[in-house]
Design a protein around this ligand. Structure first.
Ligand code: IPE
Ligand code: IPE
Ligand code: MG
Length: 256
């Protein structure tokens, strides 16, 4: 497995399509309420939007797409909503494997699976296995995921695996134990639904990600909306601590 060092050491070319896009798909409930529908109707519609997004990202050669589907805090929601979301996840996994294979998409699921039903755990494993040889877009679904959980589980694994390094661990050690150790850090983070917060998503990896917040509710987030986000990204100057002059080559880099 290739481990990625911090993206902050090399500067990606923003004019290119972001390699890794991470999305908080928020606003399903409000989308439904606006239509006098139950919240879960928003979730059902939201899940359908994923197929088009995956296709668009695949077509434009995004390499990694990471979607926040259920946070470690979402268990606090009413029981009926949680159980609808679990059922929806199960059905979507079953249904979408075919189109993922058609589009050469490899599925990865991150998060603490231990709280899921055995049947859902099995479906996750099967879906990952059925797409594991695909070489196109890597689609990661974050389910029962929390950024703090991820860092903690990484620290615990690291200490057990390499106790002799205690006290001298480097960033690269920790990142190799994070659940997304197979991917570079996101270039572009998108949050739909109007809130300007991270909500315990990829805390470690978002350190230098370009953030994009939009009022568009997730079930309305179509290809045009995605293009707006990418256009916004392409206008940014990613400095990672350097000055603008250093980036334009007028002054050279001192330390890395
Ligand atoms: C995001 O939409 C989906 C999940 C968190 C599972 P919400 O359900 O949070 O929608 P709003 O924020 O209530 O509109
Ligand atoms: C974040 O959305 C989690 C997902 C989209 C899965 P929430 O709607 O749960 O976030 P908060 O609670 O408003 O921050
Ligand atoms: Mg929400």
């Amino acid at each position: 497995m290739a481990f990625f060092s911090s993206a902050t050491k090399t500067i990606p070319v923003v004019a290119e399509i972001p390699k890794h896009i991470a999305v908080i798909m928020d606003g399903n409930g409000r989308w439904a309420r606006k239509r006098f529908l139950p919240r879960v109707a928003g979730h059902a519609r939201g899940a359908e939007m994923i197929r088009d997004l995956v296709k668009s990202c695949s077509d434009m050669k995004v390499e990694y797409l990471t979607l926040f589907a259920f946070s470690s805090e979402n268990w606090r929601r009413p029981e009926e909503e949680v159980s609808f979301l679990m059922g929806l996840f199960m059905r979507a996994l079953k249904r979408e494997v075919i189109s993922m294979n058609e589009n050469n998409v490899k599925l990865m699921v991150i998060g603490d699976r231990s709280r899921f039903d055995a049947s859902l755990i099995k479906q996750i494993e099967d879906s990952e296995q059925m797409t594991e040889n695909n070489t196109g877009l890597i689609l990661t679904i974050a389910a029962n995921y929390g950024g703090r959980w991820d860092v903690l589980q990484a620290v615990n694994k690291m200490q057990l695996a390499e106790p002799q390094l205690a006290g001298t661990f480097q960033e690269e050690h920790l990142t190799s134990y994070l659940s997304m150790n197979y991917a570079p850090e996101p270039d572009l983070f998108i949050r739909t639904g109007g809130e300007s917060r991270i909500s315990n998503f990829l805390l470690w990896q978002l350190a230098y990600t370009e953030l994009y917040f939009t009022d568009t509710l997730w079930p309305d987030f179509n290809e045009a909306a995605l293009n707006l986000a990418i256009q916004s990204y392409q206008k940014r100057e990613r400095r990672f601590g350097r000055t603008s002059e250093q980036l334009s080559g007028v002054i050279a880099d001192t330390a890395t």
